[in-house]
Design a protein around this ligand. Sequence first.
Ligand code: PSV
Ligand code: MN
Length: 427
Amino acid sequence: MRLDSNQILSHNDSFSAKHRESFQFLNRELTDKGVDVESVISQLQQFQVAIPSWALGAGGTRFGRFSIGGEPGDLYQKLADISLINDLTGAAGAISLHIPWDIPDETSNLLDWAKECGISFDAVNSNTFQDQAEQALSYKYGSLCHTSSAVREQAIKHHVEVINYGKSLGSKSITIWLSDGSTFPGQLNFRQSLSRTKESLQEIYKHLPDDWKMFIEYKPYESQFYSTVVQDWGTSYLLAAACGEKAYSLVDLGHHLPNTNIEQIVATLLSLGKLGGFHFNDSKYGDDDLTVGSIKPYQLFLIFLELVSGTSDPSVLNPPISYMIDASHNVKDPLEDLIQSLEAILLSYAQALTVDFIKLDKLREKNDVTLAQELLQDAYRTDCRPLLREARIRKQAAYSPIGFYRENNLRQKLIQERGFSNRAKGL
Ligand code: PSV
Ligand code: MN
């Protein structure tokens, strides 16, 4: 379903007086503090987050799945859904594909359709955490770390195939998340499995085109419950360093043990020039994959503070970061959920962009702990939503993406178009 841009314009017009008032108020407040509001708006307009191909249907947990109706039944419909989100938010111009959940067939038709939808292909994701029907050897005891060289070769071949799919679609990166590890003590030799994983990744790396990046995601536990080979940012970093300059670490917010200081990890990876990508989500207990900003919004702001200060520091030699959402659950409409995630990401970004880092540095030099904290909390407690709305309105996206979605009964229209029993492939 494609949206009529006139409908969005008239939605925006109906809020124009209300918006003008709140935007002008915030504009004055921020300008008085020395913030270059125009520059913040233009950075917000440029910020893009890739949408995962696996988060557009009703998410499932191991306890069940509740259909929402109108789910995208194939990749073409997934692209249409992302283009709808992008039309409403102006911030979601790319898809991140999971292979083999979304194998692109008839590539030229797909590329034409993606172009028509205004969507490009971001990082492609491999999958060796599940066995596929036609697969010769099982990943039950690991993939790139497996004791059998035949299994490792099969997994390496899969990664090469994923790179080739990505090449045909114009992707420039591959994200590798391995569930390899052990569920019981004694099951696996830590040193050998790490070394086999390193060698397998180095083999995959040989197939990486010159203008590509490899992102290595880490996770402390799950699906294995005793040990995971790539358990933390340090292991991911050492593997990326062992592969070469096109390999980077990827931070998934849900892949940390409770209370880990993720913003410090972000700062460390940035200073090493090895922060490649981000998977946004939120969690209360483990890898809960909840809507971004729904549980720990202050943490998200602190992470953006490191991203903004790190990427604007000329001494930090880190390439541009790939931002992706990796969230999914089974209670909300996934399109509304993704819109909420985008809003939370942009809000934290906007708040971080309003921080006076020179002033913050001076306070740090003087060890003025109180005022340094005040400065951060003042930015965090400033309602920057009018800036996001202004950025959207200027891009002809919607003043209120969720409001527009509801007013126009878009889920009901998708159900009419696609029926109730379509089931999106993925989680
Ligand atoms: C694993 O938990 C993960 O974060 C990886 O990025 C996977 O590709 C994705 O979720 C989907 O299962
Ligand atoms: Mn992830």
